[in-house]
Design a binder for this molecule. Structure first.
Ligand SMILES: *Cc1c(COP(=O)(O)O)cnc(C)c1O
Length: 376
C-alpha cells in the first residue's frame, strides 16, 4: 500500500479542536510588561514551545515587537528558535550545558545559563564565549550553591576565562507579593552580585515584574504573563488572555434519570439529561482530574463535564442549552472568555502553567493577527 505524501483532501473543520492565539493580545501583554519594568530590558521566555502555544508565531511576533533576548529550556529548543529568529537575538538556555555540548552551543550562537562549577569550567575550557551564571538564592533547584559561589568568587583565574553576559537567580515565591522569601532572595542576590565581577543582572520572572522596581535589575524574564496567564496567585490578572480552545460536538443524546455516563459510571443522571460528546480528551491535555468538575461553555451557557474525561472524548451535560443551539458540529469553548486558564486549573487542582503547557498536539493551531470578537 502506498501512502500519499500529502493528502490532497484537506481535513474538514470539526475534525480537530482548534487552539487560537491572539497575537495582538501577546503584543499587549508585552507592552504591559515593558510599562511595569520601564528601566529593565524585557526578555521573553519561550521554553516548552512557547508554553504549549506553538513557538513559530510567538517568536516571530516577539521579534517584530523588538524582543532582543529569548530564554528557552534546552539546546534543542534553542536550535529551533535560532532557525526561526535568525541572528541577532540573544538566546539563553536555562537548563545549562549538558556534558560535551559546548560546540553545539557555539555553532548556534546559544548562550548557556551555567548552573554549577562543573558547567562553568567546561564552558571556560571551550573558549571565552558569553555565558549566564545562575545563582541559587533559596530555590534549591538550579544555580550555584553558596559554597560554589564562594569558590567561583575566589578563583580569579577561572573568572578571567569567563565572559559573564548575565547573572541571574530565580524567585521561589514571586507569585506571592507578600511572601517573606522574596526579600530574603533579593538580599542574597545582591550579596552574590557584590562578590562577582560587574555584569548585568536578572531576578524577576513574570511574578517578579509585579513585585516592584527593586526586583527588576537590568533584565526581566517573563514567560506566563506574555501568554496571558496570571502570574500572581492572590491578585487580579494584570495581563490579558491570549488563547482560546474550542472543540466540536460529535453527537447529542438524552439519557433517563438513573442512567450513567462514561467510564466507571461516575456520572448518574438525577433527571432526564441531555449529553453532548465532544472531540477532545486527556490525550489533548484536558486533565482527567476535571472529570465531573470541569465546565465548558456553549454560547453563554455553562455545561458541566459529565463523568470521566476519556482519552479522545469529553461528555458534557448540555441540558441547559436550548435544543436548537446544540447538535452535531456545535462549537464548545473549553478555554476562552468564559473559562480562564486559572479557573480551569483551580478546578483541576493545578496551575495555569500546567494547563497551558499540557495542551496536546492534535489541535488545528491558528494565530490571529486581529483580536477575536466572538469565535464560539
Ligand atoms: C520558566 C522560567 C522563567 C519564566 O517564568 P514565568 O513564571 O513563566 O514568567 C524565568 N526564569 C526561569 C529560571 C525559569 O525557569
Amino acid at each position: 500500500m502506498t501512502v500519499p505524501a500529502e493528502d490532497p483532501i484537506p481535513a474538514p473543520s470539526g475534525d480537530r479542536p482548534v487552539l487560537t492565539v491572539s497575537l495582538p493580545a501577546v503584543a499587549s501583554n508585552w507592552r504591559t510588561l515593558r510599562e511595569a519594568a520601564p528601566h529593565a530590558e524585557v526578555a521573553a521566555v519561550v521554553k516548552a514551545d512557547a508554553y504549549g502555544i506553538g513557538l513559530p508565531p510567538i517568536a516571530a511576533k516577539l521579534k517584530t515587537l523588538g524582543c532582543a533576548t529569548f530564554f528557552v529550556a534546552t539546546l534543542d529548543e534553542g536550535r529551533s528558535l535560532r532557525s526561526l529568529v535568525g541572528a541577532p537575538p540573544r538566546i539563553f538556555v536555562l537548563n545549562g550545558l549538558p556534558p560535551g555540548a559546548a560546540g553545539a552551543f557555539a555553532a548556534h550562537a546559544l548562550t548557556p545559563v551555567l548552573g554549577c562549577l562543573a558547567e562553568i569550567r567546561e564552558w571556560a575550557d571551550a573558549g571565552r564565549r558569553p555565558a549566564a551564571v545562575h545563582i541559587d538564592t533559596g530555590m534549591s533547584r538550579a544555580g550555584l550553591s553558596p559554597d560554589e559561589l564562594a569558590a567561583l568568587a575566589g578563583d580569579t583565574a577561572l573568572l578571567a576565562r569567563l565572559d559573564i553576559a548575565l547573572i541571574l537567580s530565580h524567585l521561589a515565591c514571586g507569585d506571592e507579593a507578600a511572601h517573606p522569601a522574596n526579600r530574603t532572595q533579593l538580599s542574597r542576590f545582591k550579596a552574590a552580585l557584590a562578590r562577582l565581577p560587574a555584569a548585568p543582572a536578572s531576578l524577576a520572572a513574570s511574578g517578579g515584574v509585579f513585585l516592584g522596581p527593586e526586583y527588576h535589575f537590568d533584565l526581566v524574564r517573563p514567560g506566563i504573563a506574555l501568554y496571558g496567564g496570571n502570574p500572581l496567585t492572590a491578585a487580579p490578572n494584570p495581563v490579558r488572555s491570549t488563547v482560546m480552545l474550542t472543540a466540536d460536538v460529535l453527537g447529542v443524546r438524552t439519557i433517563a434519570c438513573g442512567e450513567t455516563a462514561g467510564y466507571g459510571g461516575t456520572f448518574a443522571a438525577t433527571r432526564e439529561t441531555r449529553l453532548a460528546v465532544c472531540n477532545i480528551g486527556y490525550a489533548d491535555g484536558i486533565p482527567r482530574a476535571l472529570s465531573n468538575r470541569g465546565v465548558a461553555y456553549i454560547g453563554e451557557t455553562p455545561c458541566p463535564y459529565a463523568g470521566r474525561v476519556s482519552m479522545d472524548l469529553l461528555t458534557l451535560d448540555v441540558t441547559a442549552v436550548p435544543s436548537h443551539a446544540i447538535g452535531r458540529g456545535a462549537q464548545v469553548e473549553i478555554i476562552g472568555p468564559h473559562m480562564s486558564l486559572e479557573d480551569m486549573a483551580a478546578r483541576a487542582g493545578t496551575v495555569n502553567y500546567e494547563i497551558l503547557t499540557g495542551l496536546g498536539n492534535r489541535f488545528t493551531r491558528v494565530a490571529l493577527d486581529s483580536h477575536w470578537t466572538r469565535v464560539v
